[in-house]
Design a protein around this ligand. Structure first.
Ligand code: OKP
Ligand code: ZN
Length: 344
């Protein structure tokens, strides 16, 4: 299986994350991608290529233009205000405030465009985010050409990034950008299955009213887990998109048997939709030792479900999302891909 990887992920190297009321080194760190790349090499998964530059057009096909220019200039505006640290949102247009105008001031803009405070914007974040969407786009074009499968080793991740909001370590929604680009090249239906531990609120936001992308997500119940305010089973899409969002929230302690049953239900629904392309938002933070999650999958379970995904027989793009047990993030990720390859 082809892997697409960019060294530019290293430019996303923020110093701080707000966690438990403390500033800690970010869970979403450069070493994650290095460990995954190393495992791709030692397991001889296949060739590794660098991405092509697709520019901003595919980004603007899913994200708001004001949001995109905010991301581009956020850190320089923050520094221009005289701040020495990284850009962190601290004040939001909350339920007791009216539909806001977008403030001029960078602290106001951060609150407007952020959906959570843990994620700091630092120098290099924008360049890394741009390279990450190029990784997803390059892998997707390869799959469209070969009808096979490819691995987009994206970093930073993307599935929490909404039409005009960043957070949960995500800035540009790599998987959504890739899905939209495939549709713009003539595909009529894409299934986007999110197996990351966290609900893909950004992807759901982007496609909620549409019938050309079927979004399905298996995740920690938002009653118990980030992103807290989206991902309930009752959210099934609206308008043309009615019935084309499927959420499988699961309780703390969920193990592989229950998780696999949800996956099998999702797979049956994807088959019924008959998509031209399958995009997997691949987070391995469902692992039992993940430091910020609460599912109980073992490393072997990743191989097993990779095989179920491969058995679907669809052109498939794997887009890297989360996974924070850094020592095992390579093993678990590549287990899914090797499971997929063993299926054909
Ligand atoms: C990004 B991805 C836990 C707080 C979690 C953010 C998690 C972002 C996950 N107490 N905060 O979906 O892996
Ligand atoms: Zn996650």
């Amino acid at each position: 299986m082809l892997t697409v990887y960019s060294e530019k992920h290293k430019l996303r190297d923020s110093k701080a994350e707000i966690f438990g009321g403390e500033l800690v080194p970010p869970f979403e760190c450069p070493r994650r991608a290095e460990i995954i790349l190393e495992r791709v090499k030692t397991q001889k998964l296949g060739p590794i290529i660098s991405p092509n530059d697709y520019g901003l057009d595919p980004v603007l096909a899913v994200h708001d233009a004001g949001y995109v220019s905010f991301l581009e200039t956020c850190y320089s505006e923050w520094k221009a205000k005289g701040f020495g640290g990284e850009a962190i949102a601290l004040c939001w247009p909350t339920r007791t405030m009216n539909a806001p105008q977008i403030p001029r001031d960078i602290e106001g803009k951060l609150g407007y465009y952020a959906l959570a405070a843990e994620t700091a914007i630092s120098g290099g974040t924008w360049e890394a985010a741009l390279a990450s969407k190029d990784v997803a786009l390059t892998a997707t074009d390869h799959v469209l050409k070969t009808k096979g499968a490819a691995f987009a080793l994206c970093r930073p991740p993307g599935h929490h990034a909404a039409i005009d909001q960043f957070g949960g370590y995500c800035f540009l929604n790599n998987a959504a950008i890739a899905a939209q680009n495939a549709l713009d090249q003539g595909l009529s239906k894409v299934a986007l299955l999110d197996v990351d531990f966290h609900h893909g609120n950004g992807t759901q936001n982007i496609f909620y009213t549409r019938d050309d992308v079927f979004f399905l997500s298996l995740h920690g119940d938002p009653m118990d887990a980030f992103p807290h305010f989206l991902g309930h089973a009752e959210e099934t899409g609206i308008g043309a998109g009615a019935g084309l969002t499927a959420n499988y929230p699961m309780r703390p302690g969920t193990g592989y048997a229950a998780w696999k049953a949800a996956l099998e239900d999702a797979i049956a629904r994807i088959h019924a939709y008959k998509p031209d392309l399958l995009i997997i938002s691949l987070g391995v933070d469902t692992f039992q030792n993940d430091p910020i999650s609460f599912f109980k999958l073992t490393s072997d379970d990743f191989t097993d479900y990779g095989q179920l995904l491969g058995n679907m027989g669809l052109p498939t793009v794997y887009v890297m999302e989360g996974g924070y047990a850094v020592d095992e993030v390579g093993i678990n990720t590549i287990n899914v891909l090797q499971g997929h390859m063993a299926a054909q």
